[in-house]
Design a protein around this ligand. Sequence first.
Ligand SMILES: C[S@@+](CC[C@H](N)C(=O)[O-])C[C@H]1O[C@@H](n2cnc3c(N)ncnc32)[C@H](O)[C@@H]1O
Length: 352
Amino acid sequence: MPPPNTAASLLRLADDQERRLPEDARAALRGVRMQVKTYISELRHAGLDWGLSEATLWWAFDMVSSRSFAATAALPLPHGTIESISAISSPRSNRTGNPSFADASDAPSTPVMLALCVPWACLLNHDPSPNATFKADLGQRTFQVMQRSSGFSFLAPKPLVPGEELCISYGEDLDNVQLAVKYGFCTKGNANDRLPMPPELVLAARGLRQQMLFSAAEHVADDLTKNPADGAEGSLQQQRSRVFAAMASLLDPIVIQKGSSMSIDGAFQAAGASPLRALLAWSANAHACSIERESISHGDDYTSRLASIFPPSAQLPFGSFCVDALREERKFMATILHKILKMYCNVAALWP
Ligand SMILES: C[S@@+](CC[C@H](N)C(=O)[O-])C[C@H]1O[C@@H](n2cnc3c(N)ncnc32)[C@H](O)[C@@H]1O
C-alpha cells in the first residue's frame, strides 16, 4: 500500500486546486468529505480509532475506499454463497460512491454492503473496456480474476498477449467526476460523462428536436473520425463516445444550481432569449476556458505517470494533474457540443 504521504483520490486536494475543479466535481468532493468526517467521528465516538491522527485516518479512508471491492451480502453468509460484486464502485445515484461497512449488529437478514480488501487484486487498474473480470465467493472466501470473453463470443475468450496488463472495470457507469473524486484519474472519451447545465439551458435543450439532434451528432461524429480535432487522439470508438456523450448532456442533463458561476443568465438574455443561441453561447463559453496541460493516457499508475511527466524537483500540488485532465475532457466535450449545435442549426436551417 502506498505510504501515508500519498493519496489516490482528490480527498485531500489543496484548496487552490479545489477552486479550479468544475462546480459539480467540487460538490461531489464536498459530499465525500462530509461522509469521511462522519465515519471518523463515529470511529472516535466508538473508541475504534486506535488513537490515530486525523491525517492518518483520512489517508486510511482514501486507501480503503479506492482499493476495496464492494459486495452486498446478507449476514450471516450462508456457506458457499457466490456474490457478484462491483469493483470498488458506486451506484450512479450516489456520486460519492463510497461503500458503507458491514455492521455486525445488523439483523441477520438485512443485506449489508461489505468492503472487501483483496491485496493483489487491488493492483488492477481500470479500463472502460476491460480484458478481465472478477467473481467473489464470500462463503468460500475466494476471489477470482478471469479473462473477459471478447465481443459476442462467450466461448472464445480473447487471448492475452504475454505481458499485457490485466484491467478490470471499476464500474461501467462511472463518469469522470466520480473517477476523479474517488480515484484521482479520469479517462478520455468517457461515454458516461455529461456537461452540467444551468436550469434555464435545460429548458432550452428540451425545445430541441431530437431527430435533428441525432442527425447533427452523426455528422459531427463522421467528421471527427475523418478529421480528428486537436486533442482528439484515441480510437474511433472513443471519438464517437465523446460525440454521443456530449449530445447526451442535452438529453440527460446534470442540472447545476442557479446562481453558480456556470450560469449564463447574462448570455441568455444577451442572446435575445433565443434558446438555441443561448445554448451556442454557453457551449462556446464553456470550451473557451484555457487548459495548458499534457493529455492523460490511461493504463499506467497515476503517481508514476506524474513523476515521468514532471521532474522530481517540480513542486506539483497534489491532484493538479487530475484537475487539469478533468477540465480538459470537459473542454473537449463542450467543443464537440458546440459543433453539434452549429450542425443542428444547419440541419434545421435556423442559423442565420
Ligand atoms: C485499485 S488501485 C490500482 C493499482 C494502482 N495502479 C497501484 O499501482 O497501486 C487504484 C488506483 O490506480 C490508479 N489507476 C487505476 N486505473 C487507472 C487508469 N485507468 N488511469 C490512471 N490511473 C489509474 C489510480 O491512482 C487509482 O486511484
